[in-house]
Design a protein around this ligand. Structure first.
Ligand code: ZN
Length: 258
């Protein structure tokens, strides 16, 4: 499969060799190989029996946290055990050995962290921490989630026994402004951006490649499906990110792979 993309990969490698300040934007497609379903996709099974507006809004969470946790349970279980795939590792290598200055991700699955990436802007939040809805104390959610997954108790704050909400951005919540500002700064500073596994359908992250392009950066899109910004990209590769990204990272590691 990758052979048919040989020329496109060469073109992307050429851009990367000339890049001094690289940014990456990742979405659900980078984690499907790690067994994490696309949160928003009907095929994920997450929405089969529920209306997202009835469990995954901030209002619904406050009214019925148990329904939210019951809904997110299968996803939380997958996230807890998921491991980074070659695409996550390739991006970690691009930071360690190459000019990658940061990853902007729409994913909540913390797989970039597990892969060893250092600078990550999680614009939709993440499952690493949880915040008490009562005293606003933040704590690591891992332990609480483990307990929830084993006995079904809704995670509660150690300090005040308030309900803990995982630090993922629910529908109706404002995106984390600081993170978003840093993501925008990275976007405007880069001379090339790789989009990996994002359909770019969800704003505002989905609009960042446009911002990068306006600021003069080259744009490489690697995604199975077409995106609405394909027309703008310097190279578009419709293929599996886990196959393509390691070939792009190889530019910074040794002799580029053929
Ligand atoms: Zn509390």
């Amino acid at each position: 499969m990758v052979n048919s993309h040989h020329t496109l990969i060469k073109q992307a490698q050429k851009i990367l060799k000339e890049t001094k300040y690289l940014a990456a934007l990742t979405g659900a497609g980078i984690s499907t190989r790690s067994g994490i379903p696309d949160f928003r996709s009907p095929e994920s099974g997450l929405w089969d029996h529920v209306d997202p507006m009835e469990v995954a809004t901030i209002t619904a969470f406050k009214q019925n946290p148990k329904a939210f946790f019951d809904w997110i349970k299968p996803l939380a279980r997958k996230i807890m055990s998921a491991q980074p795939n070659p695409a996550h590792l390739a991006l970690a290598n691009m930071e360690k050995y190459g000019p990658l200055k940061g990853i902007i991700t729409q994913n909540i699955d913390v797989l970039h962290t597990k892969a060893g990436s250092q600078t990550i802007y999680e614009v939709h939040g993440h499952m690493r921490d949880a915040t008490c809805m009562h005293c606003l104390e933040t704590s690591r959610s891992t332990e609480n989630l483990h307990r929830y997954l084993s006995n079904g108790d809704v995670p509660r704050c150690f300090q005040c026994n308030g309900i803990l909400k995982p630090n993922i951005i629910l529908f109706g919540e404002i995106l984390p402004m600081m993170v978003l500002n840093k993501a925008k700064r990275l976007t405007q500073s880069c001379d090339a951006m790789i989009v990996a596994g994002s359909s770019l359908e969800v704003a505002p992250a989905g609009d960042l490649p446009l911002l990068a392009k306006y600021a003069g950066a080259k744009l490489i899109i690697v995604n199975y499906e077409e995106t609405h910004l394909d027309y703008l990209a310097d190279v578009v590769i419709h293929a599996d990110v886990a196959e393509v990204l390691p070939q792009l990272a190889s530019v910074f590691m040794s002799e580029p792979a053929d």
